[in-house]
Design a protein around this ligand. Sequence first.
Ligand SMILES: [Zn+2]
Length: 201
Amino acid sequence: MLRCKYIYSGVSMNKVPVAISNRHIFLSEEDTIRLFNTLNVPRQKTLGQEKYYAYEPTVDVIGQNNYVIKNVRVIGPPRKKTQVELLFGDCVKLDIKPYIRQTEDIKGSPGCVLKSKYGQAQLNTGVIVPARHMHANYEDAEKMGLIQNEFVKIRAAGDRALIFDNVLVRIDKYASLAFHIDIEEANAANVKPGQMLQILK
Ligand SMILES: [Zn+2]
């Protein structure tokens, strides 16, 4: 008897849950002290990944044109270098060149001014629009045939269906499987946090 088999030629059925980020800032120790007068900044709440936390006080981001984006969340602990992760639309409003890069790849990026109740920090560099990427641990990666630092496509279905291209695969021992995009990209495809999207290879 002839049986009809489901064939997916070249397209994997692997799925990944979406995690959506908004604009946020990582501060160096020096800039933490400049803006908050202390390294013991009060914490807001625990994020999904416990090694990060949000500070209670926020800072304002000021662009070349003096446009201000108020109350931007700061994530601790301090990093080696201050990094301001903005949305593409923020950069347009602030008259800052949108510099799309993976986290910590800030070489050559533009700067801005950060301001709080206590003080301000003038940054010459460190403003990026985070580039889309996905995380997987070694087990997930093997199951799904993913390779460290390769680029995949991820498809969102629905009314605003679209294929996210240039998704960098980041494999790490302790990573939770997740596709990281920002709120503008999520809105463009009308996807919600935790929604499962299909990896195309
Ligand atoms: Zn990520």
